[in-house]
Design a protein around this ligand. Structure first.
Ligand SMILES: Cc1ncc(C[n+]2csc(CCOP(=O)(O)OP(=O)(O)O)c2C)c(N)n1
Ligand SMILES: CC(=O)[C@@H](O)[C@H](O)COP(=O)(O)O
Ligand SMILES: [Mg+2]
Length: 637
């Protein structure tokens, strides 16, 4: 920690509130410096936090947090908030094992009244708190801060629809930096841009005072109407006004002399209903490299503060994401029906690569996973081959659309599920733990998981000819293992697994990229004289029943291994074996799955250690089964 003039004495917002308003810009500068310094060592979300430093300082200065509830949407912009709310000394533990979360987390601090990481939840949760506050006569303020990206999602509209009709006071700060992770998309973006270009009052202090005073002053009906007219003429905030919000803005979110009086007015206002304050900020503000970069350093690895250079990953192997994107491009060159869909994650899903060659066949729907899935279903009804590339964790949002709009109608939507399994620094909110489970339970679905990048290509090739039902291919974050890639003509038979090696006593049925750990486990067992068969199951649905039953009959022990929760591949195998009466014949069977806990952020390797899914844990499990050391714990009430 550097020798800061103000920050050294600020641990909590109460310390901040003792300062004069004139010192707050200096405080902001110090917070910004501290944040850059910390993220240069930890990596993480940089641009969004840099853009809200002044806003964070102003909010904690004006409002009585934590009694007043401050809810940050997504939570990736909360590093300045963490520095000012008792977590300064731990800021260099961000996103590491036993360290601070990269998002808001109720268990981490009373200043985080609502946990987040998935977007667009802030207005709903704030309205819930506001209604609770009203019911219990608490009279505290409830403030939600939501970005221009996050406000594009369906949930935000549902919340505004509800809030706008209520007579409950809450404050929504719309943090408009004209950025999502990539450039934001859609009509809302155009609308917000219009509000910004239409502004004329930035220099008109008198107009500004008139607007803000409307919160607290009592106007005669006539004067009120005139004020309303002036406000909307000046600000053009008609959409939000029409939705029932008292709209103010846009204002400069880096100018504390504007922010503080407006926030004070909103705080003291007797307005019964939601207030929206539209602030204009710059993502990456105050760090030249972030300001200039096209992504404004949304998410960075460790970097050199002086040069802005980020540390590259230690391998040149292509990521699964890239392998997917490059393969899809090749198919799209041949087949004009191939289209790609992303929900605001073009870079993360590889859709940016596809978009370069096929801009007209790429659809970025914004942070709108639900809409994206049903939109793809619509494309499928017209004979297109939609590839919906979504992170496993974000597809959770669209489960009903997957069931109702895709599976029931057996539409051939191809789900490309990235970030499956444990992802590391983003932690439990971003873990792709449940997709095998929630998709394999659905009739009409084919669910595949490649064990390496070559298998991924074959599965994409196969998906091209699945034209009568939906399918999903799930793979992890990060790099492949260096396999040579096959041609785009090489397919696999649907529902057929692959024997990797044959042994006698033990059969390991693996699905997905834990296969490498299974191979190491098998070598460890071999060193102890135990021969194992390894099967790459490839399909969680349909199961390769023939192969699984054969293996079950020919081995003493069978285990399944997957990077997924209960209810997935292992559960389906267990059900099959039970149905076929295999257990009656004495097979020793276990499933190795993600445990029934949310695993905290750490390196993926350590997270898999917690999950018990690394090689030594697989071999130990097998040895314990063979030599019956497993104990049955009976929990007494
Ligand atoms: C449901 C969901 N989909 C996608 C994401 C990934 N994501 C994280 S931040 C972000 C952009 C948010 O943009 P905005 O709200 O404008 O915040 P900014 O980063 O610009 O401050 C996206 C798409 C997410 N967190 N949640
Ligand atoms: C905040 C958020 O949801 C994204 O920025 C996410 O952290 C990206 O994860 P990847 O780094 O795996 O693309
Ligand atoms: Mg934004």
């Amino acid at each position: 920690m550097q020798d800061y003039k103000f920050l050294k004495n600020i641990n909590f917002p109460s310390d901040l509130r003792k300062l004069s308003e004139n010192n707050l810009q200096e405080v902001s500068n110090e917070v910004r410096k501290e944040m850059i310094d910390a993220v240069s060592e930890t990596g993480g979300h940089l641009g969004a936090g840099l853009g809200v430093v002044e806003l964070t300082v102003a909010l904690h200065y004006v409002f009585d947090t934590p009694n007043d509830r401050l809810i940050w949407d997504v939570g990736h912009q909360t590093y300045p908030h963490k520095i000012l709310t008792g977590r300064k000394s731990k800021i260099k533990t961000l996103r590491q094992g036993n360290g601070l979360s990269g998002f808001t987390k109720r268990s981490e601090s009373e200043y985080d009244p609502f946990g987040a990481a998935h977007s667009s939840t802030s207005i709903s949760s704030a309205l819930g708190m506001a209604e609770a506050s009203k019911l219990s006569n608490k009279l505290n303020n409830i403030i939600a801060v939501i970005g221009d990206g996050a406000i594009s999602a369906g949930m935000a509209y549902e919340a505004m629809n509800n809030a706008g009709a209520s007579k409950t006071k809450m404050i929504v700060i719309l943090n408009d930096n004209d950025m999502s992770i990539a450039k934001p998309v859609g009509a809302m973006r155009t609308y917000l841009a219009k509000l910004l270009t239409g502004k004329i009052y930035f220099s008109l202090r008198e107009t500004f005072r008139l607007i803000t005073s409307a919160f607290s002053k009592r106007f005669s009906a006539k004067a009120g109407k005139a004020e309303d007219f002036l406000r909307s003429a000046v600000t053009g905030g008609t959409l939000f006004n029409s939705l029932g919000f008292y709209y103010v803005g846009p204002i400069d979110g880096h100018d504390l002399s504007t922010l503080i009086p407006i926030l004070k007015n909103a705080r003291d206002s007797k307005h019964q209903g939601p207030i929206m304050i539209h602030v204009k900020t710059q993502k990456g503000k105050g760090y030249s490299y972030a300001e200039k970069a096209s992504d404004h350093y949304h998410g960075v690895s460790k970097f050199n503060v002086i040069t802005g250079e980020q540390v590259k990953s230690g391998t040149n192997l292509p990521t699964y994401t890239k392998v997917f994107a490059n393969t899809l491009v090749k198919h799209a060159e041949r087949d004009s029906k191939v289209v790609g869909i992303t929900a605001a994650m073009p870079g993360g899903t590889g859709m940016d690569i596809f978009a370069k060659d096929f801009p007209k066949r790429t659809f970025d729907v914004g942070i709108a996973e639900q809409h994206g899935v049903t939109f793809a279903a619509g494309l499928a009804t017209e004979g297109y081959k939609p590839y919906v590339a979504i992170y496993s964790t974000f597809l959770q949002r669209a489960y009903d659309q997957v069931v109702h709009d895709v599976a029931i109608q057996s539409l051939p939507v191809r789900f490309i599920i990235d970030r499956a399994g444990l992802v590391g620094a983003d932690g439990s909110t971003h873990a792709g733990s449940f997709d095998i489970t929630y998709l394999s339970t659905l009739p009409n679905f084919i669910v595949m998981a490649p064990s390496d990048e070559s298998e991924l290509v074959k599965m994409i090739n196969t998906s091209m000819i699945i034209n009568d039902k939906p399918c999903a291919i799930r793979y992890p974050r990060g790099n492949g293992i260096g396999m040579e890639l096959p041609s785009i003509d090489e397919k696999i038979e649907i529902g057929k697994g692959k024997i990797i090696q044959e042994g006698k006593q033990v059969c390991i049925l693996s699905i997905g990229t834990r296969l490498e750990e299974c191979k190491i486990a098998a070598t460890e067992l071999k060193n102890k004289g135990i021969e194992s068969t390894i099967v790459d199951a490839r399909f969680a649905k349909p199961l390769d029943q023939e192969l699984i039953l054969k293996c079950a009959r020919e081995h003493e022990v069978m285990i399944t291994v997957e990077e997924g929760s209960i209810g997935g591949f292992g559960s389906h195998v267990e059900n099959l074996l039970s149905e076929k009466g295999i257990f009656d014949k004495g097979l020793k069977f276990r499933t190795m799955i993600l445990p029934d806990i949310f695993i905290e952020q750490d390196s993926p390797k350590k997270m898999y250690d917690v999950a018990g899914l690394n090689a030594s844990q697989i071999s130990k499990k097998i040895l314990d089964i063979l030599f019956t050391k497993e104990s049955i714990k009976v929990v007494k009430n």
